[in-house]
Design a protein around this ligand. Sequence first.
Ligand SMILES: [Ca+2]
Length: 362
Amino acid sequence: MKAVFRRVTRRRLLKLLAAVGFGAPLATHLIADEAGANLKCTNKATQEMPALILDTDMLTDCDDAGALAMLHALADNDEVRILGVVVNGKDVHGKHGAVVSAINHFYGRGDLPIGVCKRSEGASPRKASSFSQAIFAEFPHDGRADEQRPDATKVYRKLLSRSPDRTVTIASIGFLTNLDGLLRSAGDEFDPRDGLTLVRAKVKLLSVMGGRYPSGAEHNLNYSGAIDATRFVCEYWPDEIAPMVFSGFELGGAIITGKAYRHAPSSPMRRCYELAYDSLRNGRPSWDQTTVLHAVRGLQHGGEVYWTEISGGSNQVDAAGGNRWVASPMRRQSYLRRALDDSAMAALIEDLMTRPPKLRRR
Ligand SMILES: [Ca+2]
């Protein structure tokens, strides 16, 4: 009875706020909120295996490679089904999509769809990948340069249109430019619905590596060329239906992994750690792995609590890309706080990152 009362009261409050002239962004949230009023961002232990799209920059840092490796290990463990990978940012070498392909091939999933950012110059960060040329030359992949790959927005729309309603999890471990493109997209050959409507129908969770909490500044959100996309996605993502969970710089920064690749056989990931920031010797923070692990396992797994969640608010992003957490009963964004000891989390992540591919063990 109390729950019913809360829902009714909330709806009336939302309608009242809409009636007194809140703008289109909030009205959008209000309308969608009624449909999603009973949704909760919950422990994955009670949910079905997620179907996941990874959105990675795979540019200068090797944690993207470690995160994709970990995702494959979780898929080998039947904890997640990988739908595809979209690559954000632009690699001046035009080969960072091939790094994704090489890692997918390593794990026996070379047929996964890969889309790359096709935004115009200035509408996306552009960098030189630390490792894309070496990986392209040294490891098996599909042979494509970025210019030969499909648009990430199209890949997103195709994968979403073919998925059952409210089943797709997105893990974003780079810039929010592809998600910006998805939200702004128009109906196409895959689905007549616009991007926002499609997201509302299909996505159940967006887990994002970005920002610092409760406030600060971080590369994924504030890098030149990414800020407009950051602000749009944080403002317009329909979190009332698909909760948006942030893993901040402070979480992954204290979880050092990668040195275990020194004792592992040759692989694209090992080479990435060798070439980026001398990480084979020093290890590297696990910013991106924390987000992927949350996207797949949620707040806890096997009786072990990884994180707690600060919810009931949203991430406000200023014109310089700095972020600040603002509590609000109207929004369903949240950010994670550490619950598990950093060294225990590092051991857990590194174990997953370095597991041999399941297909090759057979
Ligand atoms: Ca990244």
